[in-house]
Design a protein around this ligand. Structure first.
Ligand SMILES: Nc1ncnc2c1ncn2[C@@H]1O[C@H](COP(=O)(O)OP(=O)(O)OP(=O)(O)O)[C@@H](O)[C@H]1O
Ligand SMILES: C[C@@](O)(CCOP(=O)(O)OP(=O)(O)O)CC(=O)O
Length: 343
C-alpha cells in the first residue's frame, strides 16, 4: 500500500425507547433494546490509513481539527477488537478526523454515532482492500464492540438490538424493525439542551453499576417484556401506549442510577421542570407529545410530525427559556449512515 487510503462517513446518533442498561462480558446486553435513528445529530468521521511498523493498530484523533488524546483510549480499544474482523489493521496507522453536530458526553449518545462512523469507515476500507461488498451486519457487530448502542446506528428507522423471547434479534448485532405503522414513520425528536456539560458518570460506568444492583433482575425482565410490547405498539400505531411505555423507560433508567451503589443523579432541575410542564400541557390539550431521556440531563421531546406546529406554537414558548442559550436540536427519525464522497 503506497498511497494512503481514505474513507469518509456520517453516522447518526439514535435514541432508545426501550433502554439498554446493563451488560455482560464482551458487550452482550443484559436485555434487548429498541431505538430509532436520528438525522441531524451525527458524527462526521474521515479515516486516513497509512502503513506502520507496530504489530497493533495505532491512531491519532483530531476532534474539530484539534488533537484529542482523551478520545484515544476508546478508539484504540475498539481497534483492538476490530482486528478480529480485519487482521490487516495490525500494521496500520489511522488518522481519524472527526466532529459531532451535537455536544458529546452529555447523554445524546455521541459514543453511538462516533463508533458507528468509525466502524463504517473501516468496513469501507476493508471492502476496498479485499474487493468484497460492504457488509452492514458485520459493521453493526463491530460497532457494538466499540459502544453497545452504536450497533443500532448502522440502520435507519426503528432498530432492535438483543434477542427477544419470540426469537427475533441478536445479542451480537442490531436488526431493523420491519413492521412499523405509518403513524411512526415521521417521528420527531426535539432535543432540548438543558445541560451540555460533560456528565459526571459515563454510560459504561453506569452499566457496570447494574452488576450488583438490587433491582437488576426485575429490571432486565421488565425490559425484555417491554421490547416485545413496543414491537406490538409499533405495529398497531398506538401513540398513547407508545408514550406511556417510553416515559416509564426513561424514568426507570434514571431510577436505576439513583438506586445504584453509589447512587448518582444525571437529571438537572430544568429536566424536571420541563417534564412537569409537558405533563400539564398534555393533560390540558390531550396532544400526544411525550419525552424520553438518555443517560444525561437533556430531554428528548418525541411526537408525530403532524403535531410540529402545535409544539412550535404552543409548547416551546413555555419551555425554551429553560434550555442553554435557548438551544433545541430539531431532529427526526432518519435513514442511517451515509458515505461521503469528496469533491
Ligand atoms: N467524534 C468522536 N470520535 C471519537 N470518539 C468520540 C466522538 N464523540 C464521542 N466520542 C467518545 O464517546 C465518549 C462519550 O460517550 P459517553 O457514553 O460517555 O457519553 P454520551 O455522549 O452521553 O453517550 P451515551 O448517551 O451513549 O452515554 C467520549 O468520551 C469519547 O470517548
Ligand atoms: C442510556 C443508554 O443510552 C445507554 C447507552 O450505553 P452505551 O452504548 O453508551 O454504553 P457502552 O456499551 O458502554 O458504550 C440507553 C441506550 O442507548 O439503549
Amino acid at each position: 500500500m503506497s498511497e494512503p487510503i481514505t474513507a469518509h462517513w456520517h453516522a447518526p446518533s439514535n435514541i432508545a425507547i426501550v433502554k439498554y442498561w446493563g451488560k455482560f462480558h464482551n458487550q452482550i446486553p443484559a436485555n434487548p433494546s429498541i431505538s430509532f435513528t436520528l438525522t441531524l445529530s451525527y458524527t462526521d468521521t474521515k479515516v486516513t490509513l497509512t502503513e506502520a511498523k507496530e504489530q497493533l493498530p495505532t491512531a491519532d484523533v483530531f476532534y474539530e481539527g484539534v488533537e484529542k488524546p482523551d478520545f484515544l483510549p476508546k478508539v484504540l480499544k475498539f481497534l483492538d477488537h476490530a482486528m478480529a474482523f480485519y487482521p490487516w489493521l495490525a500494521s496500520k496507522h489511522l488518522k481519524i478526523e472527526t466532529r459531532n453536530t451535537f455536544p458529546h458526553s452529555s447523554g445524546i449518545a455521541s459514543s453511538a454515532s462516533a463508533m458507528a462512523a468509525l466502524a463504517c469507515c473501516i468496513e469501507d476500507i476493508h471492502s476496498l482492500l479485499t474487493f468484497t461488498p460492504f457488509d452492514r451486519q458485520r459493521v453493526s457487530h463491530m460497532a457494538r464492540l466499540g459502544s453497545g448502542s452504536a450497533c443500532r446506528s448502522i440502520y435507519g428507522g426503528f432498530v432492535q438490538w438483543g434477542s427477544t423471547a419470540d426469537g427475533a434479534g441478536s445479542d451480537h448485532f442490531a436488526i431493523p424493525v420491519e413492521q412499523v405503522h405509518t403513524a411512526f414513520l415521521d417521528v420527531k425528536d426535539y432535543i432540548l439542551i438543558l445541560h451540555s456539560g460533560k456528565k459526571t458518570v459515563s454510560s459504561s460506568a453506569g452499566h457496570g453499576l447494574m452488576k450488583d444492583h438490587s433491582y437488576a433482575e426485575p429490571r432486565f425482565q421488565q425490559a425484555k417484556q417491554r421490547a416485545l410490547a413496543l414491537r406490538d405498539i409499533l405495529t398497531s400505531g398506538d401513540w398513547e401506549m407508545f408514550i406511556r411505555l417510553m416515559e416509564s423507560e426513561a424514568l426507570t433508567l434514571h431510577a436505576m442510577m439513583m438506586t445504584s451503589d453509589p447512587p448518582y443523579i444525571l437529571m438537572k432541575p430544568n429536566t424536571l421542570a420541563v417534564i412537569e410542564k409537558l405533563w400539564q400541557f398534555r393533560s390540558d390539550t390531550g396532544y400526544q407529545i411525550g419525552f424520553t431521556l438518555d443517560a444525561g440531563a437533556n430531554l428528548h421531546l418525541i411526537f408525530p410530525a403532524s403535531l410540529t406546529h402545535i409544539v412550535e406554537r404552543d409548547f416551546l414558548p413555555e419551555i425554551q427559556y429553560l434550555c442553554e442559550q435557548n438551544r433545541i436540536i430539531r431532529d427526526c427519525i432518519g435513514d442511517g449512515p451515509r458515505k461521503i464522497t469528496e469533491g
